[in-house]
Write a protein that binds this ligand. Structure first.
Ligand SMILES: Nc1ncnc2c1ncn2[C@@H]1O[C@H](COP(=O)(O)OP(=O)(O)OP(=O)(O)O)[C@@H](O)[C@H]1O
Ligand SMILES: Nc1ncnc2c1ncn2[C@@H]1O[C@H](COP(=O)(O)OP(=O)(O)OP(=O)(O)O)[C@@H](O)[C@H]1O
Ligand SMILES: [Mg+2]
Ligand SMILES: [Mg+2]
Lengths: 255, 255
C-alpha cells in the first residue's frame, strides 16, 4: 500500500509546492511509483510540472462528480511520476461541499481505489486550514510540513500542529507528522540559524536532517515547467531534494 | 474621508503583511492618521506590530457580533497608527457567515462608522479568495497587490485581477487597482528582472515605480515586533517603504 503524505502549512509561500514537486520527482527518479495531487486552486504544482490542465479533468472531478482517479492521471516527463492536476473550478469545491455529510472524506474515498498502485502519494495543499486541507489530512497517513526559515513561519507552526491533532482525535486516528522540512535556509543569515535551532530544540527528530537551501535554480525551474533535477541536476537545490528523498525512504524502512 | 485599501493576493508569502505593516508605519511617521486591520486568522500583522491580542477583542467581534470598531482599536508604538488585531476565532468567521444574506458587506458596514477619522485604512488579507478577502474588497476603495518577483507569483496575478473585476461588477462598482508593488526584488537575479519587466509591460503605470528589495532587516524586524523603520531606519527596507508611502500619497494628490 502506498504511503499518502499531505504537504501542508497554512502559512503562505513556505515552499509547499516546491517541496511536493521536487520530492515527488526525486523519488520517481529513484524508481518509486509516485502520484502527485495538486490540491490547490492556484494550480502551481500543475504548471511546475509543465502540464496544461485545460480541457483535461482535474481533482475537482474526483471530489465533486466522483470520477475515478485513474481516469484523471496525467503523465509527466518522469516515467514513474503521475499527476492529478488542479483546475480553476476547485475554488468552488469548498462552498459546494459545505452541506454534504461526507464532505471531510471525499478525497479519502477517491484515493482508496488507487493507493495500492503507488509507493507514495503526495497532496500539495493550499495556504489555509479550510475544507480542502481537512480533506487532505483525513486522506493521509502523515503530513510533511515545509517551514521557511523566517519569523512568521515559525510563529505559525503551532497552528498546523494543532490542526493535525484535531484531525487525529476526530477524523483520522492514524495520522502522524512525517516531519518538518526547513526550506529557503540561508547560511549567511542569522535568522535562518535561529529558526533552525528553535525547530530542532522543539521537535527533535521530527525535523528532517536534510535542510533545503535558498537556491536560485529552484525558483527558476517552474518557469521551464520542470522539477529542479530536470532543470539543473547538479544544483544545490537538486542535491538537497534527492537527499530528502533518501531520508524519507529510510524513515519508511525503519517503520 | 479616509481611503480604504486592501492589501491582497491569493498567492502565499508574497509580502502582503510586510507591505501592510511597513507602509502603514511609513505613512504614520509622515503624520497621516492610519488604521491597520489584521484580517488574516494567522495574525501576522498583529505580532509584526508587537501587539498581544489575547484578552482583547479583534476584528472577529466587529464582523460577527457587530461591536463598534472604535472599541477594538489598539495603540502601536507610532502615535498615528492604530491596529484592529486578529484573533484565532477569525478562522471560524467564514463558516459562521455562509448563510447570512449580508455576509459580503459585514466589514464595509463596520468600517463606514470610522473611515472619516483616518486618512488611510489598510486591510491585510489572508492568502485566499474566500469570504474574508471578498469582505475586504467590498469594503475598499482600492487594492494594493504585492507581487514577489518569482514565477508562481507572476502566474497568479491574473486571478486576483479577475476577482477584483468580479467584485466591481457585482458588489463594489467603485473599486480600482491602487497598484502592483514588486517585492523581494534581488538585482543579482535574472528572474527578478524578468518578472519586473513583464509586470511593467502588462500593467504600465499601474505598477508602482518604487520596488521593495529583498532585505534581511525586513525579515528580522517582525521578531522584534516592530516595523522595519523602527528596527533599522537606515536600512534599504525602511527607505523603500518610505518611498512607497510618498508615491502613494502623491498618487492620491493627483486623483
Ligand atoms: N529553496 C528555495 N530556494 C529558492 N526559492 C525557493 C525555494 N523554495 C521555494 N522557492 C520559491 O519561493 C516561492 C514560494 O514557494 P512555493 O510557491 O513552493 O510555496 P508554497 O508554500 O507552495 O506557497 P503557497 O502558500 O502560495 O501555496 C516560489 O516562488 C518558489 O519558487
Ligand atoms: N522585501 C523583503 N525582504 C526580505 N524578506 C521579506 C521581504 N518581504 C517579506 N519578507 C519575508 O518573507 C516572508 C513572507 O512575507 P509575508 O509574510 O509578509 O507575506 P504574506 O503575503 O503576508 O504571506 P501570507 O500569504 O502567509 O499572508 C516573511 O517571512 C517576511 O518577513
Ligand atoms: Mg503552493
Ligand atoms: Mg500575511
Amino acid at each position: 500500500m502506498g504511503r499518502i503524505i499531505s504537504v501542508a502549512n497554512q502559512k503562505g509561500g513556505v515552499g509547499k509546492t516546491t517541496t511536493a514537486v521536487n520530492l515527488a520527482a526525486a523519488l520517481a527518479v529513484a524508481e518509486k511509483r509516485v502520484l502527485l495531487i495538486d490540491f490547490d486552486p492556484q494550480g502551481n504544482a500543475t504548471s511546475g510540472l509543465g502540464v496544461d490542465a485545460n480541457g483535461h479533468g482535474g481533482i475537482y472531478e474526483a471530489l465533486i462528480s466522483r470520477r475515478h482517479i485513474r481516469d484523471l492521471l496525467v503523465d509527466t516527463e518522469l516515467r514513474c511520476l503521475k499527476l492529478v492536476p488542479s483546475t480553476i473550478d476547485l475554488i468552488g469545491a469548498e462552498v459546494e461541499l459545505v452541506d454534504d455529510p461526507e464532505r471531510d472524506t471525499r478525497l479519502k474515498a477517491a484515493l482508496d481505489s488507487v493507493s495500492a498502485e503507488f509507493d507514495y502519494i503526495f497532496i500539495d495543499c493550499p495556504p489555509s486550514l479550510s475544507l480542502l486541507t481537512v480533506n487532505a489530512l483525513v486522506a493521509s497517513d502523515s503530513v510533511l510540513i515545509p517551514l521557511q526559515c523566517e519569523y512568521y513561519a515559525l510563529e505559525g507552526i503551532s497552528k498546523i500542529i494543532r490542526t493535525i491533532e484535531l484531525i487525529r482525535s476526530r477524523l483520522n486516528p492514524g495520522i502522524e507528522v512525517e516531519g518538518i522540512v526547513l526550506t529557503m535556509f540561508d547560511a549567511r543569515n542569522n535568522l535562518s540559524h535561529q529558526v533552525a535551532d528553535e525547530i530542532r530544540r522543539h521537535f527533535g527528530s521530527k525535523a528532517f536532517t536534510t535542510v533545503i537551501p535558498r537556491n536560485v535554480r529552484i525558483s527558476e525551474s517552474p518557469s521551464f515547467g520542470k522539477p529542479v533535477l530536470l532543470y539543473d541536476i547538479n544544483s544545490k537545490g537538486s542535491i538537497s531534494y534527492m537527499e530528502l528523498a533518501k531520508e524519507l525512504v529510510s524513515k519508511g524502512d525503519r517503520r
